[in-house]
Ligand binder design. Sequence first.
Ligand SMILES: Cc1cc2ncn([C@H]3O[C@H](COP(=O)(O)O)[C@@H](O)[C@H]3O)c2cc1C
Ligand SMILES: O=C(O)c1cccnc1
Length: 374
Amino acid sequence: MNLIEETVASIAPLDETAMRDARDLQARLTKPPGSLGVLEEVSVRLAGLAGQCPPPLPEPAAVAVFAADHGVHAQGVTPWPQEVTAQMVANFLAGGAVINAFAAQVGADVTVVDIGVAAELEEAPGLLRRKVAPGTADMTAGPAMTAEQVRRAVETGIEVARDLHGQGAPGGVGGRPPSNGQGARCLLTGDMGIANTTASAALIAAFTGLPPERVTGRGTGIDDATHARKVEVVRAALDRHGLLEGHDRAPMEVLAAVGGLEHAAIAGFVLGAAALRVPVVLDGVIAGAAALAAAALCPDALGACVAGHRSAEPGHGAAVESLRLRPLVDLELRLGEGTGALLALPLVQSAARVLHEVATFDSAGVSEKDAGRP
Ligand SMILES: Cc1cc2ncn([C@H]3O[C@H](COP(=O)(O)O)[C@@H](O)[C@H]3O)c2cc1C
Ligand SMILES: O=C(O)c1cccnc1
């Protein structure tokens, strides 16, 4: 078996006994039953993932920002020059991006993974140099990636999840050692890649069967004419690869046809997290597209996924609905990088902490609701 098959084979469903224990415990805690809403279900899923109740606290946390370039940039789908991908990687490594501010706020490490930037990147603390190719090919002219490139990118995502989880975690931007002497116990997805909302839209259309105009958004902010062209570019690419209306292509083939190297790597990262049974908080539309690929490869991988936020991109709503994930934060963010996942991190951690620290009616001597009264 290769690494991808081995990883998929090791992913088991959520543990029903631990989930039942978590539901029972939630009902005994000193609060009206159900009063923590969606966070109660998050706590139950964390218990099911860990196979124990209470589940370990999801900390320390590490965000992996997978960076790559896109051949479809040549089709005029974004006003930003391609060089911005590499320039923003330098900004992440210097600590100057929004992701760095949010990561500092919630105490997460940032690791940038060059999975396919179209420039040579110098070695730097916090950078993993794992380039599979210097960007994808233009999906409107042929497959974006070869089968071999997709396989290597997915494998790299799995390996990055393992590295961040293991003792040998690199420590992130600034070269800090992992906060508590152990590796990350909560993984977050991030992305950087000019034109990657176009590849995301194509992947989401291919995996959900929705038409391009439903799932193609304005990315970094484009005018009506550029948006109309972007929809047609997505339609042309899907048409060229036989993915426009109903298809029976394997997930790896869909990734190769219209995906990005960061999508493939994030799909692997999700599989890796699920195999390690640690939660993975998904960011926006790029992660949503990648999670569709991961779920198509292994439906049980979804058990590890928490949708950090709902992005303003229409394709993201379509992806989370198709995956039946409930985004925790909804702030009209449309940035990527991992920003929405980081904002959700304290919510995920709070959900777990409740199961550790909140007293039960019994232990605190608080009277329960009188069964005889309304
Ligand atoms: C300065 C800057 C910082 C960013 N940080 C994330 N993105 C986000 O925007 C890009 C995708 O949008 P589109 O498909 O419209 O090109 C990705 O790189 C994504 O991470 C950025 C984009 C820019 C310009
Ligand atoms: O919502 C997102 O994830 C997003 C939106 C625009 C650009 N990059 C990412």
